[in-house]
Design a protein around this ligand. Structure first.
Ligand code: ADE
Length: 247
């Protein structure tokens, strides 16, 4: 049975434990589909104060993570999870996207090293396989990014999502990478806003076409960068500007 094994190396273990223990990821752990270990990097630091950071050579603001505790934590994690990819979360990394999440899920073993402070001693990179960023903004640390990696990869492990179809129907995961169509649930009218009539019609062919049209429109309007990248059949180009009566 496919499963995802991860070890998160962090100076703030409690930041990660809460998220991983709840909801779908918590259930995935109970079912043995996700095995998540959280390692406190400080356990690999030496000296009375177990110091993990120091001032940058050359001067400048902030503190830098020392190489020894983090590299030793990585080596211990590699011994526990042979063959794992070691990923350092950093705004300097390659951007996380659905394709990378899928590669992580398929590989099945990850060691996620969370950067902190103003940066990480560059010599740590010799112990790392890749650096991953979750976007062009700077967080106070890499924990949220590591949790994004685990979450995005774990939900692709077969059985983690209750309904096997749901991982595929969503934005980016579909073959062509369109945004998801809008969803509605009860009540049929909320503050004067009615659920689109077609969704109440019970006509599955029309519903499919409506959803496809809305996915195409949402992508064209909100993510023109994605829209120009997907190659769409003629039928989609006709559908996107079709009225409800033409569905
Ligand atoms: N650490 C700080 N900012 C980050 C980002 N955008 N992605 C990954 N790790 C980070």
């Amino acid at each position: 049975m496919a499963r995802l094994e991860v070890d998160i190396l962090t100076l703030f273990p409690r930041m990660c434990a809460g998220y991983l223990g709840e909801s779908i990821l918590g259930k995935a752990q109970e079912a043995g589909l996700l095995a998540a270990t959280i390692t406190d990097i400080r356990d690999h630091a030496t000296g009375k104060h177990r110091v993990c950071d120091d001032a940058p050579y050359g001067g400048g603001a902030g503190m830098v993570m020392k190489p020894e505790p983090l590299v030793e934590a990585i080596e211990a994690a590699r011994a526990r999870l042979p063959g794992a990819w070691v990923v350092l979360t950093s705004p300097r990394g390659a951007r996380l996207d659905q394709a990378l999440a899928r590669r992580f899920a398929e590989h099945g073993r990850l060691i996620l090293a969370c950067g902190r402070y103003e940066g990480v001693d560059e010599r740590v990179m010799t112990a790392v396989d890749m650096q991953v960023s979750i976007g062009d903004f700077v967080l106070t640390g890499g924990e949220l990014a590591a949790l994004c990696v685990v979450d995005a990869a774990a939900r692709l492990v077969p059985g983690v999502l209750g309904n096997a179809a749901s991982a595929d129907a969503e934005s980016f995961a579909g073959a062509e990478g369109l945004l998801e169509y809008p969803q509605y649930t009860r009540p049929p009218e909320f503050r004067g806003m009615r659920v689109p009539e077609v969704l109440l019609s019970g006509d599955h062919r029309r519903i499919e076409r409506w959803r496809r049209r809305e996915a195409l429109r949402a992508t064209r309007e909100r993510r023109p960068d994605l829209f120009t990248r997907v190659s769409l059949p003629e039928s989609d180009l006709r559908l996107i500007d079709a009225g409800d009566d033409e569905l």
